[in-house]
Design a protein around this ligand. Sequence first.
Ligand SMILES: NC(=O)c1ccc[n+]([C@@H]2O[C@H](COP(=O)([O-])OP(=O)(O)OC[C@H]3O[C@@H](n4cnc5c(N)ncnc54)[C@H](OP(=O)(O)O)[C@@H]3O)[C@@H](O)[C@H]2O)c1
Length: 242
Amino acid sequence: MTTTLSGKRAVVTGGSRGIGFAIARALVRAGAAVMICARNKGDVEAAVDSLRGCGPGPVLGQTCDVSDPEQVQDLIRYCVTRLGRIDILINNAAAVRARKSVEEMTVQEWRTTIGTNLDGVFYGCHFAVPEMKKSGGGFIINISSLAGKHAFAGGSAYNASKFGLTGLSEALMEEVRHDGIRVAYVMPGSVNTGSRSTSGASGGSWKMAPEDVAEVVVNTLRQHPRCLVSRIEMRPSKPRKK
Ligand SMILES: NC(=O)c1ccc[n+]([C@@H]2O[C@H](COP(=O)([O-])OP(=O)(O)OC[C@H]3O[C@@H](n4cnc5c(N)ncnc54)[C@H](OP(=O)(O)O)[C@@H]3O)[C@@H](O)[C@H]2O)c1
């Protein structure tokens, strides 16, 4: 028996485009009620409109900057108020563009990257876990990156945020596994989201598609409750030759 996602209540941060949008669409198609967030209001509204045609469940959107703890608290509160509870939290939103040496990177660029990619995930977990405990369990999936195990020149902030996400995810997994809350993290390599990635490359048919990550997320969520696939690495099968 696998877990059905029909009727589950899910929050996907950074769900207005790219990998987050693909995950949100896969969840809607699987019958879940989905709330997405991002900072740009117009993008959130356009994504919600597009997602509403994809499945039977309600789709909601909220503008939220995940680097602001009060906005993340409001997001989780809004989900519980509007959808009744939160079963699934996908921490996907990230600042992916800062590619500078430690010497060149400004303090603000460093803080934005860590504040979005690491603090933002902490805030999501911090406010969602008590709600999941109240309703008897849940599933948190943090979207990390292979940059969380392979450092590259110019990647200090991004690498630090994603290396840190491993520690956060694994510690949380140990803390809440007996409360019926499963925690996993996915480490994709290059994904063709149409935007520039941390590798500095854009486009590329050799890359994975956002839907590949979405499929892995949905399959992980569908695992039998006795089982937890807690760390997933994924990479293009035939990467561009260097
Ligand atoms: N693309 C890749 O090759 C790749 C590879 C490995 C891992 N990843 C990871 O996959 C995840 C998604 O990446 P992506 O390539 O799909 O990114 P993307 O196309 O740039 O989309 C990022 C999404 O996050 C939102 N976002 C950014 N900052 C935010 C903030 N402070 N608060 C709330 N929302 C925010 C964006 O909307 P707004 O700008 O409107 O806020 C957008 O919806 C990230 O965690 C990234 O590290 C990506």
